[in-house]
Design a protein around this ligand. Sequence first.
Ligand code: DGL
Length: 285
Amino acid sequence: MDKRPIGVFDSGLGGLTAVRELRKVLPEEDIIYFGDTGRVPYGSRSREIILQYARQDIAFLLSKNVKYIMAACGTVSSILPADFSDRLPVPYTGVLEAAARAAAAATANRRIGVIGTAATIRSGSYYRLLKQLLPDAEIFTRACPMFVPLVENGYLGRENPITTAIAEEYLADIRAAGVDVLILGCTHYPLIADVIGKVMGPGVTLIDPGRETADATRSALAARGLLGGQGGQARFFVSDSTEGFVAVADTFLGQYAGGPVERIDIDRYQLRLDQTGEGGRSIEL
Ligand code: DGL
């Protein structure tokens, strides 16, 4: 039994979709959530800036004595190096591996689509991972930068004409490629899964990385003897104003269900893994 909380972070509040999934599979676990609302979005930024932000986000969660860290953010998950978890004092997961595994298991025709932010698609991480899992698969990717602001501005619902029109435009090539699986590689996309599903058609399985990673997190905690919380309490931290948090959090979390929210100064947190490599080796992150 380990009563420490699980730490989850994201560039903003989109990662609450992953918290929603975590709560379903691990209702007793306590969660510390950090949303970098002062610096969102990450998806349009350079690799260097995303790494710098991610390090600070992780440093903050470590300061809260978490037992496990999950990057709910598709962008961060695609940028952090694969061996990153070896460098932290607690286990870490992004959302890529579980999503890619689920996609590889779900495809029958070995044609897989991936959508995400510009940084996620540019990183090529999903492509490489899927190719490792299924070398003969064909992967079709597309950045969908307008989906995030659409979701954040409430353009939700299966019949929303604006979101549908933009989805038609973004997804045309992937649909024409005949994929039978599509990875929703960004925290916000599960909230418009009904529109995306409608545009892609009934034969396409949509993969929600947050849901897959919640299942993987349960297995990882169990394997390490880290299961156990104090009743499923959640505490939320943001780097910008807490005003309006409850309304937005309701959209992402399904049901906010309480839990204090605090503003923190993220610039006070620094992770200096580059000087602490095992055996004194210098690590580049
Ligand atoms: N959380 C980001 C992701 O999942 C989307 C928002 C952003 O660009 O920061 O990629």
